[in-house]
Design a protein around this ligand. Structure first.
Ligand code: GUN
Length: 281
Protein backbone atom coordinates (compact mmCIF):
# COMPACT_ATOMS: atom_id res chain seq x y z
CA UNK A 1 0.00 0.00 0.00
CA UNK A 2 1.59 3.26 -1.19
CA UNK A 3 2.28 6.29 0.92
CA UNK A 4 0.25 9.24 -0.37
CA UNK A 5 2.42 12.27 -1.23
CA UNK A 6 0.81 15.36 0.30
CA UNK A 7 1.28 18.02 -2.39
CA UNK A 8 -1.18 20.37 -0.73
CA UNK A 9 0.70 20.29 2.58
CA UNK A 10 4.10 20.73 0.91
CA UNK A 11 2.77 23.65 -1.16
CA UNK A 12 1.46 25.32 2.02
CA UNK A 13 4.92 25.15 3.64
CA UNK A 14 6.55 26.59 0.52
CA UNK A 15 3.98 29.42 0.40
CA UNK A 16 4.65 30.30 4.06
CA UNK A 17 8.37 30.71 3.27
CA UNK A 18 7.51 32.71 0.15
CA UNK A 19 5.32 35.06 2.16
CA UNK A 20 8.33 35.85 4.35
CA UNK A 21 10.55 36.39 1.29
CA UNK A 22 7.93 38.59 -0.44
CA UNK A 23 7.57 40.72 2.70
CA UNK A 24 11.35 41.09 2.99
CA UNK A 25 11.41 42.23 -0.65
CA UNK A 26 8.74 44.85 0.10
CA UNK A 27 10.70 46.20 3.08
CA UNK A 28 13.88 46.38 1.02
CA UNK A 29 12.42 47.84 -2.18
CA UNK A 30 9.39 49.82 -1.01
CA UNK A 31 7.03 47.94 -3.35
CA UNK A 32 5.40 44.53 -3.46
CA UNK A 33 6.52 41.69 -5.72
CA UNK A 34 4.13 41.81 -8.73
CA UNK A 35 2.74 39.07 -11.00
CA UNK A 36 0.67 39.78 -14.14
CA UNK A 37 -1.73 37.01 -15.16
CA UNK A 38 -3.26 37.03 -18.65
CA UNK A 39 -6.19 34.85 -19.64
CA UNK A 40 -7.92 34.69 -23.03
CA UNK A 41 -11.37 33.20 -23.69
CA UNK A 42 -13.80 31.23 -21.58
CA UNK A 43 -12.13 27.89 -20.91
CA UNK A 44 -13.62 26.95 -17.49
CA UNK A 45 -10.52 24.99 -16.36
CA UNK A 46 -8.26 27.97 -17.16
CA UNK A 47 -10.59 30.25 -15.19
CA UNK A 48 -10.23 27.99 -12.12
CA UNK A 49 -6.43 27.76 -12.46
CA UNK A 50 -6.06 31.53 -12.86
CA UNK A 51 -8.32 32.25 -9.92
CA UNK A 52 -6.23 29.86 -7.75
CA UNK A 53 -3.04 31.62 -8.82
CA UNK A 54 -4.46 35.06 -7.96
CA UNK A 55 -5.72 33.88 -4.55
CA UNK A 56 -2.29 32.39 -3.80
CA UNK A 57 -0.67 35.76 -4.61
CA UNK A 58 -2.90 37.49 -2.07
CA UNK A 59 -1.93 34.93 0.60
CA UNK A 60 1.78 35.46 -0.06
CA UNK A 61 1.86 39.28 -0.09
CA UNK A 62 2.36 39.35 -3.87
CA UNK A 63 0.48 41.96 -5.92
CA UNK A 64 -1.39 40.45 -8.84
CA UNK A 65 -2.44 42.23 -12.04
CA UNK A 66 -5.19 40.30 -13.79
CA UNK A 67 -6.10 40.66 -17.48
CA UNK A 68 -8.98 38.78 -19.11
CA UNK A 69 -9.39 38.99 -22.88
CA UNK A 70 -12.29 38.02 -25.07
CA UNK A 71 -11.96 34.75 -27.08
CA UNK A 72 -11.76 36.80 -30.33
CA UNK A 73 -8.83 38.97 -29.15
CA UNK A 74 -6.05 39.35 -31.70
CA UNK A 75 -2.50 38.11 -31.26
CA UNK A 76 -1.18 41.65 -31.69
CA UNK A 77 -3.40 42.97 -28.86
CA UNK A 78 -1.92 40.32 -26.55
CA UNK A 79 1.62 41.08 -27.65
CA UNK A 80 1.01 44.82 -27.08
CA UNK A 81 0.02 44.07 -23.48
CA UNK A 82 3.08 41.84 -22.99
CA UNK A 83 5.32 44.69 -24.24
CA UNK A 84 3.65 47.10 -21.80
CA UNK A 85 4.13 44.68 -18.89
CA UNK A 86 7.77 44.08 -19.88
CA UNK A 87 8.38 47.80 -19.27
CA UNK A 88 6.28 48.08 -16.08
CA UNK A 89 8.61 48.32 -13.05
CA UNK A 90 5.86 47.01 -10.73
CA UNK A 91 5.64 43.71 -12.65
CA UNK A 92 8.25 41.04 -11.87
CA UNK A 93 6.52 38.08 -13.50
CA UNK A 94 4.23 37.64 -16.51
CA UNK A 95 2.09 34.56 -17.06
CA UNK A 96 -0.06 33.81 -20.11
CA UNK A 97 -2.45 31.01 -19.20
CA UNK A 98 -2.46 28.24 -21.81
CA UNK A 99 -4.06 27.02 -23.96
CA UNK A 100 -4.72 30.13 -26.07
CA UNK A 101 -7.49 30.18 -28.72
CA UNK A 102 -6.56 28.43 -31.99
CA UNK A 103 -6.08 31.63 -34.02
CA UNK A 104 -3.25 32.74 -31.72
CA UNK A 105 0.28 31.37 -32.07
CA UNK A 106 1.27 30.54 -28.48
CA UNK A 107 4.99 30.51 -29.16
CA UNK A 108 4.79 33.94 -30.84
CA UNK A 109 3.20 35.42 -27.70
CA UNK A 110 5.41 33.62 -25.17
CA UNK A 111 8.59 34.63 -27.00
CA UNK A 112 7.71 38.32 -26.50
CA UNK A 113 7.88 38.02 -22.69
CA UNK A 114 11.21 39.26 -21.32
CA UNK A 115 13.07 36.12 -20.17
CA UNK A 116 13.70 37.82 -16.78
CA UNK A 117 9.92 38.22 -16.33
CA UNK A 118 8.98 34.75 -17.63
CA UNK A 119 7.27 33.37 -14.50
CA UNK A 120 6.34 30.10 -16.28
CA UNK A 121 9.79 29.36 -17.70
CA UNK A 122 8.26 28.83 -21.16
CA UNK A 123 10.49 31.30 -23.06
CA UNK A 124 13.02 29.60 -25.36
CA UNK A 125 15.89 31.25 -23.47
CA UNK A 126 14.77 29.74 -20.15
CA UNK A 127 13.91 26.35 -21.70
CA UNK A 128 17.36 26.42 -23.36
CA UNK A 129 19.10 27.20 -20.06
CA UNK A 130 17.32 24.24 -18.48
CA UNK A 131 18.49 21.88 -21.24
CA UNK A 132 22.08 23.21 -21.07
CA UNK A 133 22.14 23.00 -17.28
CA UNK A 134 22.78 26.76 -16.99
CA UNK A 135 21.70 28.22 -13.68
CA UNK A 136 19.58 31.33 -13.20
CA UNK A 137 16.75 30.72 -15.71
CA UNK A 138 13.12 30.28 -14.61
CA UNK A 139 12.12 26.60 -14.62
CA UNK A 140 8.59 25.57 -15.67
CA UNK A 141 6.36 25.40 -12.57
CA UNK A 142 4.82 21.93 -12.84
CA UNK A 143 8.17 20.18 -13.53
CA UNK A 144 9.83 22.13 -10.70
CA UNK A 145 7.00 21.07 -8.37
CA UNK A 146 7.30 17.43 -9.48
CA UNK A 147 10.99 17.31 -8.50
CA UNK A 148 10.10 18.73 -5.06
CA UNK A 149 7.37 16.11 -4.64
CA UNK A 150 9.79 13.28 -5.53
CA UNK A 151 12.44 14.68 -3.16
CA UNK A 152 9.84 14.93 -0.37
CA UNK A 153 9.56 11.12 -0.35
CA UNK A 154 13.23 10.76 0.63
CA UNK A 155 13.79 8.54 -2.43
CA UNK A 156 17.01 9.62 -4.15
CA UNK A 157 16.64 10.43 -7.87
CA UNK A 158 20.30 9.81 -8.75
CA UNK A 159 20.87 6.62 -10.74
CA UNK A 160 17.17 5.69 -10.82
CA UNK A 161 15.23 4.86 -13.96
CA UNK A 162 12.68 7.66 -14.42
CA UNK A 163 10.00 7.15 -17.07
CA UNK A 164 8.04 10.19 -18.25
CA UNK A 165 4.82 9.50 -20.15
CA UNK A 166 3.99 12.58 -22.25
CA UNK A 167 6.24 14.94 -24.23
CA UNK A 168 4.56 18.35 -23.94
CA UNK A 169 6.55 21.58 -23.73
CA UNK A 170 4.80 22.39 -20.42
CA UNK A 171 5.49 19.12 -18.55
CA UNK A 172 7.02 16.13 -20.36
CA UNK A 173 10.08 17.73 -21.98
CA UNK A 174 11.11 20.01 -19.08
CA UNK A 175 10.53 17.36 -16.38
CA UNK A 176 12.69 14.93 -18.38
CA UNK A 177 15.46 17.57 -18.47
CA UNK A 178 15.17 18.17 -14.72
CA UNK A 179 15.27 14.45 -13.92
CA UNK A 180 18.37 14.13 -16.08
CA UNK A 181 19.93 17.09 -14.26
CA UNK A 182 19.25 15.15 -11.04
CA UNK A 183 21.20 12.17 -12.47
CA UNK A 184 18.26 9.89 -13.27
CA UNK A 185 18.34 7.60 -16.31
CA UNK A 186 15.41 9.04 -18.25
CA UNK A 187 13.05 7.45 -20.77
CA UNK A 188 10.37 9.60 -22.43
CA UNK A 189 7.29 7.78 -23.75
CA UNK A 190 4.48 9.25 -25.85
CA UNK A 191 1.49 8.39 -28.00
CA UNK A 192 3.63 6.56 -30.60
CA UNK A 193 5.61 4.52 -28.07
CA UNK A 194 5.43 0.78 -28.63
CA UNK A 195 5.22 -1.67 -25.72
CA UNK A 196 4.45 1.14 -23.26
CA UNK A 197 3.65 -1.25 -20.41
CA UNK A 198 7.04 -2.97 -20.71
CA UNK A 199 8.76 0.40 -20.30
CA UNK A 200 6.60 1.85 -17.50
CA UNK A 201 7.02 -1.44 -15.58
CA UNK A 202 10.76 -0.70 -15.35
CA UNK A 203 10.28 2.77 -13.82
CA UNK A 204 11.55 3.50 -10.30
CA UNK A 205 10.01 6.94 -10.82
CA UNK A 206 6.97 7.25 -13.11
CA UNK A 207 5.71 10.71 -14.16
CA UNK A 208 2.47 10.67 -16.14
CA UNK A 209 1.20 13.70 -18.09
CA UNK A 210 -1.00 12.50 -20.95
CA UNK A 211 -4.44 13.95 -20.18
CA UNK A 212 -6.28 10.60 -20.28
CA UNK A 213 -8.29 9.40 -17.28
CA UNK A 214 -6.96 6.25 -15.58
CA UNK A 215 -4.45 5.66 -18.40
CA UNK A 216 -1.87 4.00 -16.13
CA UNK A 217 -3.12 0.85 -14.42
CA UNK A 218 -1.58 -1.28 -11.64
CA UNK A 219 -0.16 -3.86 -14.09
CA UNK A 220 1.99 -1.09 -15.69
CA UNK A 221 3.72 -0.09 -12.45
CA UNK A 222 6.83 -1.52 -10.77
CA UNK A 223 6.23 -2.48 -7.11
CA UNK A 224 7.53 0.29 -4.82
CA UNK A 225 7.76 2.95 -7.58
CA UNK A 226 7.26 6.68 -6.99
CA UNK A 227 4.23 7.62 -9.14
CA UNK A 228 3.53 11.27 -9.99
CA UNK A 229 0.15 11.91 -11.61
CA UNK A 230 -0.01 15.21 -13.52
CA UNK A 231 -3.47 14.53 -15.01
CA UNK A 232 -6.40 16.89 -14.37
CA UNK A 233 -9.29 15.27 -16.24
CA UNK A 234 -12.80 16.50 -15.63
CA UNK A 235 -15.37 13.73 -15.93
CA UNK A 236 -18.83 12.87 -14.63
CA UNK A 237 -17.28 11.84 -11.28
CA UNK A 238 -15.35 15.10 -10.88
CA UNK A 239 -11.59 15.59 -11.18
CA UNK A 240 -9.52 12.52 -11.99
CA UNK A 241 -5.86 11.91 -12.81
CA UNK A 242 -4.05 9.96 -15.55
CA UNK A 243 -3.34 7.16 -13.07
CA UNK A 244 -5.89 4.64 -11.79
CA UNK A 245 -5.27 5.74 -8.20
CA UNK A 246 -7.17 2.98 -6.42
CA UNK A 247 -5.45 0.18 -8.33
CA UNK A 248 -1.95 1.70 -8.51
CA UNK A 249 -1.80 2.66 -4.82
CA UNK A 250 -1.76 -1.07 -4.00
CA UNK A 251 1.47 -1.54 -6.01
CA UNK A 252 3.40 1.76 -5.84
CA UNK A 253 5.65 2.89 -2.97
CA UNK A 254 4.52 6.52 -3.17
CA UNK A 255 1.75 8.16 -5.19
CA UNK A 256 0.34 11.68 -5.65
CA UNK A 257 -3.43 12.12 -5.35
CA UNK A 258 -5.61 14.15 -7.75
CA UNK A 259 -6.56 16.69 -6.54
CA UNK A 260 -4.04 17.63 -3.84
CA UNK A 261 -0.83 16.39 -5.49
CA UNK A 262 0.85 18.19 -8.39
CA UNK A 263 -1.71 21.02 -8.82
CA UNK A 264 -0.99 22.95 -5.60
CA UNK A 265 2.76 22.59 -6.19
CA UNK A 266 2.46 24.21 -9.64
CA UNK A 267 0.95 27.30 -8.02
CA UNK A 268 3.58 27.40 -5.25
CA UNK A 269 6.40 27.15 -7.81
CA UNK A 270 4.88 29.94 -9.91
CA UNK A 271 5.04 32.25 -6.89
CA UNK A 272 8.57 31.01 -6.22
CA UNK A 273 9.65 31.92 -9.78
CA UNK A 274 8.04 35.36 -9.35
CA UNK A 275 9.81 36.14 -6.06
CA UNK A 276 13.09 34.79 -7.49
CA UNK A 277 12.59 37.08 -10.51
CA UNK A 278 12.01 40.14 -8.28
CA UNK A 279 15.17 39.43 -6.30
CA UNK A 280 17.26 38.94 -9.45
CA UNK A 281 16.51 42.39 -10.86
N1 GUN B 1 -1.84 25.51 -18.67
C1 GUN B 1 -1.66 24.31 -18.08
N2 GUN B 1 -0.60 24.37 -17.22
C2 GUN B 1 -0.12 25.62 -17.30
C3 GUN B 1 0.97 26.28 -16.64
O1 GUN B 1 1.73 25.74 -15.82
N3 GUN B 1 1.13 27.60 -16.98
C4 GUN B 1 0.33 28.22 -17.88
N4 GUN B 1 0.59 29.49 -18.17
N5 GUN B 1 -0.67 27.63 -18.50
C5 GUN B 1 -0.89 26.34 -18.20
Amino acid sequence: MAEIIDGKGLAEKIKQDLCVRATEFEKKSGRKVGLAVIRVGNDPASAVYVSNKIKACERCNIRSFSFCFDEATSQSALIDLVHKLNKDPDVDGILVQLPLPKHIDERAVLSEILPQKDADGFHAVNAGKLFLGEKGGAVACTPRGIIELIKSTGVSISGKHAVVVGRSNIVGKPVAALLLQNDATVTVCHSRTQNLKEITSLADILVVAVGKSNFITADMVKPGAVVIDVGMNRGADGLCGDVDFNGVKEVAGYITPVPGGVGPMTVAMLLCNTVDGANNE
